[in-house]
Design a protein around this ligand. Structure first.
Ligand SMILES: [Zn+2]
Ligand SMILES: [Zn+2]
Length: 310
């Protein structure tokens, strides 16, 4: 596995003293994050633009380098196959569209900014890596893998409870949502204000990744044919059986059995017992085909082969 490499493209002049100083800053930022110096030589994959003055390009490059290393390893994707992408740190919502990742520089309350940037970037980079190397699956996989390797991974490190542990506690309380409705992008995003949607999608995909390994998921997503306007239903079988070893119902049951073998954490049971779940306001509509937000009731204008986003 090739180590992730940060490549910075700076105004088309990478040999300038200013650019060299910036690379030294990247090295210092990496060292601060207790990682080895890893400046680019053969594979430049990233162009970073920080539009908010308070985030240094060097810091963002170090975070990106770290995330690239961890994610390509977890997904068994060869770094040298990753095509260059652009990262814009700005205000506003995070997204990946084509080869541009946008992340918000404003941390949510309770997060240090570096952790927050790492979480958002890991989430969006997972989308990009999976989309380019494997393909876009049903939204439960599209968001679930990104939530598992982004949000869940960082939050478990910071706060000590994995999304599996949260779902174990939800199961104890009889509060797990059925996963089947979350196969449709419009339903998934409309209900996403309910924290269980992300917790369960992340835990379910984490379960598949941990028990089957990335190559089974790759084969499944590569073979998956996305719904079209002519055939709008999400069709999983027979490829779930073929690549993941069971039909969707069986996979959901396997996930719950996996959760029940984990210890139940009383602190999470108490925390979730006092939350009122399922009463959140619906969010805006998203397109079932390209997953993008829709601004009106009109049909989304995307072609049937539109790439996934958000
Ligand atoms: Zn669309
Ligand atoms: Zn996402």
């Amino acid at each position: 596995m090739t180590r992730g490499r940060v490549g910075l493209r700076i105004d088309g002049d990478e040999g300038s003293p200013w650019a060299r100083n910036l690379l030294l800053d990247v090295g210092r930022a990496l060292a601060r994050r207790k990682r080895g110096l890893n400046v680019p030589d053969d594979h430049a994959w990233l162009q970073i633009e920080c539009r908010r003055g308070e985030v240094e390009v060097a810091t963002m490059a170090a975070i990106a380098d770290d995330a690239m290393h961890v994610l390509t390893k977890a997904l068994e994707i060869e770094v040298s196959q990753v095509r260059p992408c652009r990262v814009i740190v700005d205000e506003g919502p995070s997204s990946v569209v084509d080869r541009v990742i946008r992340i918000s520089s404003q941390p949510r309350a309770g997060y240090r900014r570096d952790d927050w940037l790492e979480l958002l970037f890991s989430h969006e980079l997972t989308h990009l890596l999976v989309r380019d190397a494997w393909g876009v699956g049903p939204v439960l996989w599209w968001e679930g893998l990104a939530v598992h390797l982004g949000d869940d991974r960082i939050r478990t490190r910071l706060f000590g409870h994995s999304y599996h542990a949260y779902c174990r506690a939800l199961d104890h309380l009889g509060g797990l949502l059925p996963l089947e409705p979350l196969l449709r992008a419009s339903t998934f995003y409309r209900r996403r204000a309910d924290l269980r949607v992300d917790l369960q999608a992340g835990s379910f995909c984490g379960f598949l990744l941990e028990t089957l390994g990335p190559q089974c998921l790759r084969a499944f997503l590569t073979d998956y044919r996305r719904p079209t306007r002519a055939e709008p239903g999400v069709r999983l079988d027979p490829i779930t059986k073929q690549h993941l070893g069971d039909d969707f119902v069986g996979l959901c049951e396997g996930w719950v059995r996996f959760l029940r073998a984990l210890p139940c954490e009383p602190v999470l049971v108490d925390r979730l017992r006092t939350r009122t779940l399922g009463l959140e306001c619906d969010r805006s509509e998203h397109c079932d085909f390209c997953f993008a937000p829709r601004s009106s009731d009109r049909e989304c204008p995307c072609p049937d082969d539109a790439t996934g986003r958000t």
